[in-house]
Write a protein that binds this ligand. Structure first.
Ligand code: NDP
Ligand code: 2IT
Length: 450
């Protein structure tokens, strides 16, 4: 990159850091995008004159609110709730809700920012948003989770709606929490609408939405491998996490003939050299989604290795799908993966690779699919859920999976269009950032200075 661009990026980032102090994840996400976009904007001065990059990095609106609730012991608990309405240029704000003790403004702003580009890449009419709370669902009873969700939605309902802002799940928010929040919204507003996605199938949900993020990340991986003339069949996969995204990535990799040998949670990882098949995955799903236990119990049950306090990136693999959380692949981890022969990384999680790890992947020319492209299948299928809610007609499993597959193939094509470099190397980071940017930027131009 030329010195001129480096100076422009540094100046832009100095403004971002000064305006958003202490929000390190937000700085990280914006910098990655700025590095792709500043050279592109130089060639497309209409965006520069309209200060699109400065505008896109400033949320349209941020809500922060108190969420008080009563625990099972009768004690009052106080959490903080958030909703970031980042960009509505191409549709109502759309993006998940995260419940995790680490949640803060900077983390949700990074997620909302990435969501703007991701949602644009899906080709569906969805703006970008994100929200959540520092509430920790671990160790809470179902009644406590319900009371928290009801209190959270009592405030959030003022800010959302099917044509305004449509939240969904993320870490710590799955079908159970969406149900409690939907119930409270309906009760307060007296409206049965598509205000949330990820709903239960009997009350407005879409088939394949639970599967969509993990399936989509695997379809994206498949497309990246196709460029190299290979498939998933016979490949050994390391997957992190053991929640929604990890579970369905495991299922799809297995269905396509790959062998998933690791899963993890925040306490450690399991290594199963024989691979995680449908039966073992059913055990994981019951363990995680019903019993809400720890992944170490898999090692007890199937007599395999459990490594406490570590991530799975030291395990030899051909392909890697990080599906837990941000910054879970360090520079060292990335070097280990590449040295061990890993040829492709598809990010099921949002920003799981540190900037240093991304650099290692790009330099070593392995196929690296960044989250805003690779995990867009989740929100894309949320978009399909919104369509079905508007029509009041559901689609079949096959129809939704086919649409999801087509969307992922097209996102891959967009990334190739804008990310192709010398010797046919595809820089998916640049491809996703520019490919996601153009539609949002052009819509902002058309809608005037707002
Ligand atoms: P879940 O809550 O279902 O699962 C999260 C998994 O990641 C759990 O195994 C959890 O372990 C682990 N994890 C969470 N935080 C940490 C941490 N700080 N360190 C180590 N492990 C951690 O969430 P999802 O599967 O829905 O989300 C996973 C990732 O995918 C997130 O980055 C999310 O933003 C992203 N994503 C999700 C989409 C969706 O549709 N759900 C769509 C697109 C992206 P533990 O149980 O111990 O906390
Ligand atoms: O990060 C994400 O894309 C999600 N958590 C899914 C968002 C959605 O609205 O389905």
């Amino acid at each position: 990159m030329s010195d001129m661009f480096k100076v422009q990026i540094d100046n832009f980032m100095a403004r971002i850091v000064a305006k958003n102090p202490g929000e390190s994840e937000y700085h990280q996400a914006v910098k990655e995008v700025a590095e792709s976009l500043i050279p592109f904007i130089e060639d497309n001065p209409q965006y520069k004159e309209a200060k699109i990059l400065d505008r896109i990095a400033e949320p349209e609106r941020v809500m922060m609110f108190r969420v008080a609730w009563v625990d099972d012991k009768g004690q009052i608990q106080v959490n903080r709730g958030f909703r970031i309405q980042m960009n509505s240029a191409i549709g109502p704000y759309k993006g998940g809700l995260r419940f995790h003790p680490s949640v803060n403004l900077g983390i949700l702003k990074f997620l909302a920012f990435e969501q703007v580009f991701k949602n644009s890449l899906t080709t569906l009419p969805m703006g970008g948003g994100k929200g959540g709370s520092d509430f920790d669902p671990k160790g809470k009873s179902t009644n406590e989770v319900m009371r928290f969700c009801q209190s959270f939605m009592t405030e959030l309902q003022r800010h959302v709606g099917p044509d305004t802002d449509v939240p969904a799940g993320d870490i710590g928010v799955g079908g159970r929490e969406i149900g409690f929040m939907f119930g409270q919204y309906k009760r307060i507003r007296n409206e049965f609408t598509g205000v949330l996605t990820g709903k239960g199938i009997q009350w407005g949900g879409s088939l394949i939405r639970p599967e969509a993020t993990g399936y989509g990340a695997t379809f994206f991986l498949e497309e990246m491998l196709k460029v190299k003339g290979i498939g998933i069949k016979g490949k050994v996969a390391a997957i992190s996490g053991s929640g929604n995204v990890a579970q369905y990535a495991t299922q799809k990799v297995h269905q396509l003939g790959g062998k998933v040998v690791t899963l993890s949670d925040s306490d450690g990882y399991i290594y199963d050299p024989d691979g995680i098949d449908e039966e073992k995955l059913a055990f994981v799903m019951e363990l995680k989604n019903q019993k809400r236990g720890r992944i170490s119990e898999y090692a007890d049950k199937y007599k395999v290795t459990y490594v406490a306090g570590k991530r799975p990136w030291g395990v030899k693999c051909d392909i890697a799908l990080p599906c837990a959380t941000q910054n879970e692949i360090s520079e060292e981890d990335a070097k280990t993966l590449v040295t061990n022969g890993c040829i492709a990384v598809s990010e099921g999680a949002n920003m799981p690779s540190t900037p240093e790890a991304v650099e290692v992947f790009l330099k070593s020319k392995i196929a690296f699919g960044p989250g805003k492209a690779a995990n867009a299948g989740g929100v894309a299928t949320s978009g399909l859920e919104m369509s079905q809610n508007s029509m009041r007609l559901p689609w079949s499993k096959e129809e939704v999976e086919e649409k999801l597959h087509t969307i992922m193939v097209n996102i891959h094509k967009t990334c190739v269009t804008y990310g192709i470099e010398d010797n046919n190397f595809v820089n998916y980071v640049r491809g996703a950032n520019i490919g996601g940017f153009i539609k949002v930027a052009d819509s902002m131009l058309a809608q005037g200075v707002i």
